[in-house]
Design a protein around this ligand. Structure first.
Ligand code: 3HC
Length: 675
């Protein structure tokens, strides 16, 4: 796990713990031993610490959290590095994160490869850097730059790190890294802790005030600020003690447990239990996209950005031009924010072939259909596609609800067909539901899961059913939200319960964003429900400036007296006397019902595992990450409490409601025994 090699007076200590050089108990012990030996050994003049493979180290072993940690503890190992009488130089050969970067911070000098990324992502796991990161980083880069790294958790490039004083030298090629590190061998041992902090508690407060988005709903960012303030105001030993106390509080807290669950859930979603690990994947060199609308364009961008050529097909020259222009506009907007260079924009655009020739899809290894959500239209498209696609090409539908098996049946090759359900905006949202049809071949599924990861998405496997995982769970939530308003709640009250919970928006805000008219029968005379009434008045949501709320030109939302009157009128028409609805009922009918649907999805085998459902909601709908996702949250909330709540309000639920047998089973299994 730790290798030591001596060349002349220089001892090179290498962390070798694949796959990410995490700092588990064995690594900590080995490192402590190697440093102690180097300090003792008269023939050692200087020490270089580095990582094996492509990473320096991804930090503490997250799987050890929540259990008693074996000695030595990381802070003690780092204290030994810092107080080593001989110069200790970090040769940062690749990604250095969390405890990995903290090792480098405790070294006396830091040399980094230009491609290395350096970060303290602990906050994303609901904790703070717990091995001196909050104390040493401000001593190197100042309070403000340190807070930016620690509170955002986002890594910086080696060149940014050099500009801020975090690293002493950047080296372009891996071959030159050790010589560059060895150049510091004759410099004095220089403990980071001896340096003064630039910036004070007031600069920390200013950071909090300027970045409210980083703090919303979370406890860890506040602890990060408290620890950095301690660095600015207290001697190192006291600052370290503050950091330790906060670390221990956070690591055993609910948010950190949930965020760690989310970390591992995302990684398990990539695994498909019944597929052999080494299954051969089909090569995908060119991707076809049918439809150049918002969805098709967004889908195409994912592949273009990853360097894969895309053939985009439309039926009219106008739609094709509009689609290609929208892709360019999106790229240019990203470039304007400094996140892409002009050359990168042009390189991506050069990979796009817009065409009216459906036959051009014959060159593609994967074709994704993104046309109007209508079964007849999709069936027709797949019939045509079957005639032109080359043998072995993978045919995917971006349907968000429809039966992928029925679509596959329109082709002569159902084994090559599956669903790839992207979420809007498709170039931004990370989730892709990969819908496995009854006949989808294993290598097709494996290819698409791997390709999804390659283009930076989080792919989750779902079985065939109406709405798959995400949208299926949305149905009881949205139905109940509408019924609650009919019975006496206001859209504002329902939405507030959701935003207070941490959702980016509530059910009605979401309807306004997506379009109130989605699925509308388009007959203004026929008013079956409140949504019909809104649609009939042209209140189709944000796009028409009015839906459940009013919107100004900048799409700023305000409550609508027109809607309030409409709701009242509608209740009268239906003979409903409104009653006061409490928030608890809203929680049960719009959140517990989602959990109930999630349990049905599990018992039907639509999702492989409960944590996959969490991943869908975290990445597709912005479910608050610090609660771990709906199913993780449900377990904490208590299955028995959820079942009891659902039973209590069962009579008010829309038709067809039933409690999942699996959920009942879980409730019984976890119920507190009666004394
Ligand atoms: N601890 C334990 N396991 C880890 C780990 C860690 N810090 N980092 C990654 N792994 C595991 C993953 O779970 C995965 O396991 P699997 O193959 O069984 O699913 C495997 O290593 C490979 O990881 P990825 O699939 O994520 O590989 P990538 O190449 O896509 O990404 C990475 C590599 C950027 C390093 C990414 O894994 C990552 O971001 N890791 C977490 C980094 C982090 O949060 N570090 C801080 C830890 S907390 C800490 O250091 C506390 C300290 O302050 C005291």
């Amino acid at each position: 796990m730790i290798r030591s090699e001596k060349t002349g007076p220089i001892l090179r200590i290498t962390i070798d713990n694949p796959p990410v050089n995490a700092l588990g108990a064995g690594v900590r012990a080995g490192l402590a031993q190697a440093i102690a030996a180097a300090a003792e050994d008269q023939s050692v003049g200087a020490v270089i610490v580095t990582g094996s493979g492509k990473l320096f180290s991804a930090g503490a072993d997250i799987s050890e959290f929540g259990k008693p940690l074996a000695d030595p503890q990381l802070p003690d190992v780092l204290a030994a590095i810092e107080t080593c009488p001989k110069p200790v130089i970090a040769a940062i050969n690749g990604t250095a994160l969390g405890g990995g970067l903290e090792i480098a911070l405790a070294c006396h000098y830091r040399v980094a490869l230009a491609s290395a990324k350096l970060g303290l992502p602990e906050v994303k796991l609901g904790i703070l850097p717990g091995a001196g990161g909050t104390q040493r980083l401000p001593r190197l880069v100042g309070v403000e730059a340190a807070l930016k790294m620690i509170v955002s958790g986002d890594p910086v490039s080696a060149s940014t790190a050099a500009a801020s004083g975090l690293v002493d030298m950047v080296v372009e090629s891996a071959e030159g890294l050790f010589d560059a590190a060895a150049a510091f061998a004759n410099s004095p041992a220089r403990p980071t802790s001896a340096r003064a902090v630039s910036g004070d508690a007031a600069s920390a407060d200013a950071f909090v005030a300027a970045n409210p988005r980083l703090f919303r709903g979370l406890t860890a960012p506040f602890a990060c600020v408290e620890a950095v303030k301690a660095a600015a105001t207290l001697p190192l030993a006291e600052g370290l003690a503050t950091e330790r106390r906060l670390f221990l509080e956070l690591v055993s807290g609910e948010q950190s447990q949930a965020l760690r669950h989310a970390f591992f859930a995302e990684r398990s979603a990539a695994r498909i239990e019944d597929l052999p690990k080494d299954i051969a994947k089909r090569p995908v060199g060119r991707v076809g996209v049918i439809g150049a609308g918002t969805m098709g364009g967004g889908i195409a961008m994912n592949f273009l950005s990853a360097g894969l050529p895309v053939t985009m097909v439309e039926t009219s020259a106008e739609a094709l031009e509009r689609g290609a222009a929208l892709i360019r506009k999106n790229y240019e907007a990203t470039a304007a924010k400094g996140r892409l260079t002009t050359a990168q924009v042009e390189a991506a655009m050069a990979l796009l072939t817009p065409t009216l020739e459906f036959g051009a899809l014959g060159e593609c290894d994967l074709v994704i259909e993104a046309v109007y959500e209508n079964m007849e239209v999709k069936k027709q498209v797949f019939g045509r596609l079957d005639a032109v696609a080359r043998p072995g090409a993978i045919l995917a539908s971006n349907t968000s609800y429809l039966d992928v098996d029925a679509i596959a049946a329109c082709t002569s090759r159902p084994q090559d067909v599956l669903g790839m359900h992207f979420f809007s905006p498709a170039n931004v949202m990370k989730l892709v539901e990969v819908v496995r049809g009854a006949k989808t071949a294993p290598d097709v599924l494996a290819t698409i899961m791997a390709l999804g990861q390659k283009i930076g998405k989080v792919p989750v496997v779902a079985g065939v059913c109406y709405g798959f995982i995400g949208n299926r769970m949305l149905i009881p939530r949205q139905d109940n939200a509408l019924s609650l308003v009919m019975e006496g709640a206001s859209p504002e009250q329902v939405d507030k319960v959701h935003t207070d919970f941490g959702m980016p928006m509530g059910p009605f805000q979401m309807t306004d964003l997506a379009g109130v008219d989605i699925g509308w029968h388009r007959d203004p005379e026929r008013i079956d429900d409140l949504k019909d009434a809104l649609c009939a008045q042209g209140r189709w949501g944000q796009k028409t400036g009015a839906g459940f709320y009013d919107y100004d030109a900048a799409r700023k939302r305000s409550s609508s007296p027109v809607v309030a009157a409409l709701i009242e009128e509608f209740r009268k028409r239906e003979g409903v006397t409104p009653r006061a609805i409490c928030d608890e009922e809203i929680v049960v009918r719009t959140l517990y019902t989602m959990v109930n649907e999630g349990a049905k999805i599990l018992e039907e085998g639509i999702a492989q595992r409960s944590s996959d459902i969490d991943v869908v909601w975290l990445y597709g709908y912005g479910w608050p990450r610090w609660t771990g996702g709906p199913m993780f949250w449900a377990e904490r909330e208590g299955f028995a409490k959820i079942v009891a709540g659902l039973e209590r309000y069962a009579k008010s639920m829309p038709e067809g409601f039933s409690i999942s047998p699996l959920l009942r089973q879980q409730a019984t299994a976890t119920e507190e025994p009666v004394a």
